[in-house]
Design a protein around this ligand. Structure first.
Ligand code: GRF
Length: 208
């Protein structure tokens, strides 16, 4: 059984999707061992508590740099023998110390079809504002491995939705969460836990 750490910073709807998938037996060969938040008093911590999952806070504001926080994070992950790290709305920059230990074992969800509307400044509602301003006809979500390049790691899964004529950033965000993010992230984590993801350069092969 692989041990999963979920990193959060906010509301935690993607964490909830993982918890619900786990409850339905859909995270095959994996178990959420800990939820780690970069801020105190976020609702994601309540979700962990309600599900009986241990949690802890590594308060970004209490660390002088991203690097020092990353080192503390890696220590915590190692002490719990974590196998896979899932960023579910984790709003904190991490540095290379994480990837040195967890190479192709850190998974992130991004609310657009990478390489569109990603990278610096593309977070939260900004992503959907950018997609609507550009006039694209589809957007969606991407689950990818995390490396040192912001939103640049190998893509595991993607799913698209149509953009509707009356969409606002808020309606688009909601549709992408419901139809893409909350489905893709548990699927990708389950595939990882079954050792069904093989990274070949930029391509992730999904084994049968
Ligand atoms: C999601 O849109 C996710 O794609 C992005 O941050 C948001 C987090 O939402 N990385 P939540 O905390 O899971 O509700």
């Amino acid at each position: 059984m692989k041990k999963i750490a979920v990193l959060v910073s906010g509301g935690g709807t993607n964490l909830q999707a993982l918890i619900d998938a786990q409850g339905r037996g859909e995270i095959v060969n994996g178990e959420i061992s800990i939820v780690i938040s970069s801020a105190p008093e976020v609702y994601a911590l309540e979700r962990a508590k309600n599900a009986g999952i241990p949690s802890c806070v590594l308060d970004r504001k209490k660390y002088p740099s991203s690097q020092s926080m990353t080192v503390a994070l890696v220590d915590k992950l190692k002490s719990l023998s974590i196998d896979v790290v899932v960023m579910a709305g984790f709003m904190t920059i991490v540095t290379k110390e994480l990837f040195e230990v967890y190479d192709n074992a850190v998974i992130n969800i991004h609310p657009a079809l990478i390489p569109s509307f990603c990278g610096k400044g593309a977070y939260g509602l900004h992503v959907h504002e950018q997609a609507l301003a550009y006039g694209v006809k589809v957007s969606g979500a991407t689950v990818h491995f995390v490396n040192e390049e912001c939103d640049g790691g190998p893509i595991i899964l993607q799913k698209a939705v149509d953009i509707l004529p009356d969409d606002t950033p808020e309606t688009l965000q909601r549709r992408i969460m419901e139809q893409c993010e909350w489905k893709l992230l548990p699927q990708a984590v389950s595939l990882f836990c079954q050792d069904r993801l093989r990274v070949e350069g930029r391509t992730v092969r999904i084994l049968p």
